[in-house]
Design a protein around this ligand. Structure first.
Ligand SMILES: [Fe+2]
Length: 176
């Protein structure tokens, strides 16, 4: 019997037992409040990410980004949309006209170029991002200077996890 079916108060409800199609990817569930610091990978000064899911079929990924003080993510363009939900702190884009606060949601359309900064109100931020595609780093004229996609992220995170003892398997476990 699974954990939910064992809950008292639900005994009168019949749970459906439809198996996952055999072609489907496996489900992924974990608690991030049991995280240890090694799971956070630095991606710049005062900026860390905690990858949650790498989707190698769609080329997308989901991660929590945290930053403090002068932490920033350099100017970049998104050729595919990004969804963001603020968990803690205050942040925004140098190019934007809003301040992200706990509970705020943002949809960044394909084609947007911006520079992420921590807003001094709280001096730190923790935001859940779902990147629907790669990140293109650009110069002040918008010319591409570099990129990151799901595969460069996986490679980077594997190196990080190998070096701190979590191991490559920790990363493989969150790939679908
Ligand atoms: Fe961005």
């Amino acid at each position: 019997m699974n954990e939910m079916a064992k809950l008292s108060g639900f005994e009168h409800l019949e749970h459906i037992d439809i198996p996952l199609p055999k072609e489907a990817a496996t489900e992924l569930f974990f608690q991030t409040d049991e995280d240890d610091e090694r799971m956070w990978m630095p991606i710049g000064d005062n900026v860390w990410i905690r990858p949650l899911l790498f989707n190698v079929v769609q080329g997308t990924w989901c991660n929590i980004v945290k930053a403090k003080g002068a932490g920033l993510v350099g100017r970049h363009r998104h050729p595919a949309p990004v969804l963001g939900f603020t968990l803690e702190g205050t942040w925004g884009y140098l190019e934007g006209d809003w301040i992200g606060r706990a509970g705020s949601f943002v949809y960044e359309p394909a084609g947007e170029t911006h520079t992420l900064v921590v807003h001094p109100d709280e001096g730190y931020m923790k935001v859940l991002f779902h990147n629907m595609g790669p990140i293109l780093y650009v110069d002040e004229k918008g010319e591409q200077t570099g990129y990151e996609d799901v595969f460069t992220r996986i490679e980077m995170y594997k190196k990080h996890c190998e070096s701190n003892g979590l191991g490559e398997a920790f990363v493989d476990n969150i790939c679908r």
